[in-house]
Design a protein around this ligand. Structure first.
Ligand code: AHM
Ligand code: MG
Length: 333
């Protein structure tokens, strides 16, 4: 099979559809390069002294792991100087990170969860990086948090890397979804899957069932019906998977279908869910929709939600179209 690198793919896309301006291509390549560096650090594990807690908390009050901080630094440093960005925002930083004055300012804004699935870092289970790219509003002089608060439909690119048995990069620029595998010896991203499509139907679901007693009725009903399998109203058996890394769960769904759920629940009634809209749910929703799947918060399409704060949380139902539609209908009833 002819090897197509990420660079070649992006340049061809740019020529063919004029869909990827040169600046955006540069930005994607820089993020991809940063993911290579993160992959290398993750792969060192204990030998690189990167495991364990960092004794600091992020803005959400979560204890940061060393690798959360290292990955955040890698992404910031890689993306600061290229001239393609106006500002960045991250799960690990309270407020936005404008490009320092000594560098030229570009027209894009980058958001990321530098290391998703933090609880899996120390136990050698797949983790990843999620990112989302927006355009700076017309006429923006100094970027503010407000400039980031755009609905997911405005994303011009989104992707994630999974650091697992293989390191893969999954990417969309609004023209389908492709997957690249890191060739560790050559240090290059090689396209290994083109135009991924999620099956509309599935027999696999993902939810943290230890929260079942806190769920609201539509989620309880939906999951109970899945559990009942052949003997219930669905008349079919379902299998369950929960990796506790959204990147890894979504990657499985992208490859063979499934539905991933992180609902809001009664534990903290004021919280609309656990996952963050702008750098977790939106990029994943963009990718999944581009692959023919669907993503809602139980009521609305995730990509249509108007964000009010940078670290806003959201309930997530994402994956195979018909299952997402069903659980969303249960919320409406
Ligand atoms: P993180 O960004 O702090 O790693 O949290 C997000 C992760 C998701 O990857 C995963 O789906 C979820 O949290 C797991 O949560 P739980 O431990 O409640 O099952
Ligand atoms: Mg995360």
């Amino acid at each position: 099979m002819k090897r197509i690198s990420l660079t070649q793919h992006l340049i061809e896309e740019q020529r063919l559809n004029n869909s990827i301006p040169a600046e955006l291509r540069l930005l994607i390549e820089v993020v991809a390069r940063a993911c290579k560096t993160i992959s290398h650090a993750v792969g060192k594990g204990a030998l690189g002294d990167v495991l364990g807690a960092a004794d600091t908390e992020n803005v959400q009050g979560e204890i940061q792991k060393k690798l959360d901080i290292i990955s955040n630094e890698i992404l910031l440093q890689a993306n600061e100087w290229g001239g393609h960005l106006a500002a960045m925002a991250s799960e690990e930083m309270e407020t936005i990170h404008p490009i320092p004055n000594r560098y030229p300012m570009g027209e894009y804004m980058l958001l990321f969860d530098p290391l998703d699935g933090s609880s899996n870092i120390d136990v050698n289970v797949s983790i990843g990086t999620i990112f989302s790219v927006l355009k700076a509003p017309e006429g923006m002089a100094t970027p503010t948090e407000q400039d980031f608060l755009q609905p997911g439909t405005r994303q011009v690119a989104a992707g994630y890397a999974v650091y697992g048995p293989q390191t893969v990069l999954v990417l969309t620029t609004g023209n389908g979804v492709n997957c690249f595998t890191l060739d560790r010896e050559m240090g290059s991203w090689v396209m290994t899957q083109r135009a991924l499509q999620i099956p509309a139907d599935t027999a696999e679901y993902a939810i943290n069932a230890s929260n079942a007693r806190h769920w609201y009725p539509p989620v309880t009903r939906y999951v109970k019906e899945l559990e009942a399998g052949k003997t219930g109203p669905r008349d079919k058996n379902f299998n369950m998977r929960w990796i506790a890394s959204m990147v890894a769960d979504v990657h499985r769904i992208l490859n063979r279908g499934g539905i991933f759920m992180y609902p809001a629940d009664a534990r903290e009634p004021d919280k609309p869910g656990k996952l963050r809209l702008m750098y977790e749910a939106n990029p994943m929703a963009f990718i999944v929709e581009q692959a023919g799947g669907a993503a809602t918060d139980g009521k609305n399409r995730i990509l249509d939600i108007q964000p009010h704060t940078l670290h806003q949380r959201v309930a997530v139902f994402i994956g195979s179209r018909n299952e997402v539609q069903r659980v969303t209908e249960y919320h409406a009833e």
